[in-house]
Ligand binder design. Structure first.
Ligand code: NAP
Length: 333
């Protein structure tokens, strides 16, 4: 029996289980030119929280009583479309369902098996990876010897942003919400230093770990973390603003203090959305896939099994329980 997860209630503040409903649904029928995809991995991303709100976000809001949609890696199990064969691995923006029909195969992308395991198409070699590259390298422009500070350092984007900046010759410092995450980014990702922002005074940590100040702050978090980075930034620092997750489940805008540092220190703060950069994906994959194959770079996927566990896994990711890129696995490759 096919199953899907519907979005049934808009959250105020943090979402909970009552916002989602797991239901049985009809098996998809494969019409002319259509493709049926069995889902293998669902991508759980912080921006999905913005799509649960009524008002506009940078991605369209979810309709009530419709399946949650995110990037999904799957396998073609039926096809009447010449572009896709049974057994192909594909990714696309699909509903959270065991099996989905994709009309005329539109929006579906074949995954090149040469790039590695299929899940990489929505993790290190997909959106989070390109996001890390654009923010850390294109906007951060780290020079050898610069100090790059990355918040949510052990997350999907953060772990890669740090490794890219390190390859560019920078000193890389991260913050994360547990000692295990701090150990992960230092021991596995090669960060020079990191601290647990929940148990350490941020100013004291940045003073100690960034003794020459911050040249690039890769912002995943916003809020008090951004305020601390502003206090420790150098003149002409770059602040690529990737995300502000500390605010996504807040019901009030708390504002940001210390913005005068932008003026005093001539800081360039640049927000970016990865949709504006998707044309760079093939070049990005060609450049970085060999680094993962050779083991020069690492990437951790944090996998939760079972469609029924997807809502809890999404909320848990936003609360900090995952290390690396959180995926929900629905079937084995
Ligand atoms: N601009 C774009 O196009 C784009 C694309 C992808 C992602 N993003 C953004 O990039 C950021 C990271 O995304 P991701 O997919 O890599 O997620 P992630 O870092 O893997 O997961 C989110 C993490 O944020 C941390 N966090 C949550 N609340 C926090 C708070 N109040 N203060 C500090 N840290 C907090 C938690 O880790 P801790 O245990 O460390 O607290 C949590 O695990 C998000 O803000 C996301 O919206 C933007």
């Amino acid at each position: 029996m096919n199953q899907h997860i519907l979005f049934v209630k808009r959250p105020v503040g943090w979402p909970d289980a009552s916002c989602f409903r797991l239901e049985s649904c009809p098996e998809p029928a494969c019409g002319p030119e259509d493709v049926v995809v069995e889902a293998l991995y669902l991508s759980l991303d912080p921006y999905l929280r913005g799509r649960m709100n009524e008002g506009p976000s940078y991605a369209p809001g979810f309709a009530l009583n419709q399946p949650i949609v995110s990037r999904v890696v799957g396998r073609v199990v039926a096809s009447k479309n010449a572009r896709f064969a049974v057994g192909d691995f594909v990714w696309g923006f699909l509903g959270w369902a065991l099996r989905t029909v994709v009309a005329r195969g539109e929006g579906l992308h074949r995954i090149d098996p040469a790039l590695g395991r299929p899940s990489l198409a929505i993790s290190a070699l997909g959106m989070p990876g390109l996001t890390a590259w654009v923010g850390a390298i294109e906007l951060g422009m780290p020079a050898p010897g610069d100090t790059v500070y990355i918040s949510s350092a052990a997350g999907a984007v953060g772990q890669l942003a740090g490794q890219f900046a390190k390859r560019a010759g920078a000193r890389v410092v991260g913050s994360a919400g547990s000692d295990d995450k701090v150990a992960y980014v230092i021991e596995k990702c090669g960060f020079d230093a990191a601290f647990n922002y929940k148990t350490t005074d941020m100013d004291a940590a940045l003073r100690e770990l960034c003794p020459r100040g911050i040249d690039v702050y890769f912002d995943n978090v916003g809020g008090s973390t951004l305020e601390a980075a502003l206090r420790h930034a150098n003149v002409a620092a770059r602040f690529p603003v990737c995300g502000m997750i500390s605010a996504y489940n807040e019901t009030q805008d708390r504002g940001v203090r210390g913005l005068q540092a932008l003026l005093n220190k001539r800081i360039t703060m640049t927000g970016f959305i990865i949709y504006d950069h998707v044309h760079k994906l093939p070049a990005y994959q060609a450049r970085v896939a060999p680094w993962f194959r050779s083991g020069e770079m690492t990437f951790h996927e944090d996998i939760v099994d079972g469609l029924e566990n997807a809502p809890g896994a999404l909320i848990g990711m936003m609360k900090g329980e995952s290390i690396g890129k959180r995926l929900v696995r629905l079937a084995r490759e």
